[in-house]
Design a protein around this ligand. Sequence first.
Ligand code: GLA
Length: 390
Amino acid sequence: MRLNDLSAQVAADFLKAFNRPPRWIVAAPGRVNVIGEHTDYNDGFVLPMAIEFYAVMAADRPPGGENRVLIHSTAESEPASIDLSAPLRPSPLKWSNYPRGVIAGFLERGINLGGLDVFLRSTVPLGGGLSSSAALEVSTATLIEAVSGKKLDPVEKALLCQKAEHEFANVPCGIMDQFISVMGRESHLLLLDCRTRKTELVPMRDPSVELLISNTNVRHELGSGQYAKRRAQCEAAACVLGVPSLRDAQPASLQSARGKMEDVVFRRARHVIGENERTVQAAAAVRASQWQKVGDLMYASHKSLRDDYEVSCAELDAIVEIAEGIGPQGGVYGCRMTGGGFGGCTVALVKTDAVQAVTQQIGAAYKEKTGLTATIFGSRPAAGATVIKG
Ligand code: GLA
């Protein structure tokens, strides 16, 4: 759904729920990471883009002037009621912790938002590895900026949202998802240096290629604890190598230290070091429209995530194999899992004129291999968070 239509829909949702039109409407996108996976918390490089799927919030002051934020969501049966007169803490109502944590971040900075009635509708698939949670956090932050008239610096805004995820949702994520949801730009990928936080827009407007996202529609539970475990293994590797983070390590120094670390730690580090290199190369190849080179780097990234980092799963591997089987003759340059892993989505670089045929082929072959139905869709690189009304 186009953002204008989605915003009109949320305005209508608000009217229905609260009996008056909203005063503010804001949107923040989800993202797909083209390459640079599990590098953000190693001070490395990532190359995501915002997608045309959004968490949209419509809001107004409560007529009774209550000092609380009440959020109705199309995805949840229970609304979130966040009392602003007491210190904010994580709540058993899990989904409410994303907006809750963001509100807490603004209050900490002395930015008082005042009471709000809010209606939320998100088109970012939940739990699909497309950053539905970052979209919700950044949407909340954008709403608070609009109602308070206090705009944060974009880096500070993204970091505030990341902190909300750490402290209220208990997920030790890196900075990629919140940065791209804040800073995405239409027709561009974003090359982000996660150490310096310097960003570089990489134009991607060649009409002959598209990114095709395939949702496996599985999410393996074991994923949750594994993320923190990977972070710890990377820190262990950096410690053995005597560097502040794996960003500073070279393939040669890793090789010579191989005997000093567990094999699993060695393989985790090999992934991160290689992935940083691939990401920088991929950004240059996108700039030069060298699509087969980008595709090859995507396949190499997937293999490394599957074998060395061990965050893939049978369903993700199945789609990547199908894509590889279709090959460049069939219109696919490359494909890889995207996001944290253990389910969620793949991203493929596909020739525009082959998108329909490739969608059909991946869908049919995935069904045959796994018995499951994939959801397959394209997206152009979208803009970051915006105030639509207010
Ligand atoms: C999740 C995290 C990100 C990043 C990716 C893996 O999406 O939220 O910060 O670490 O996993 O690249």
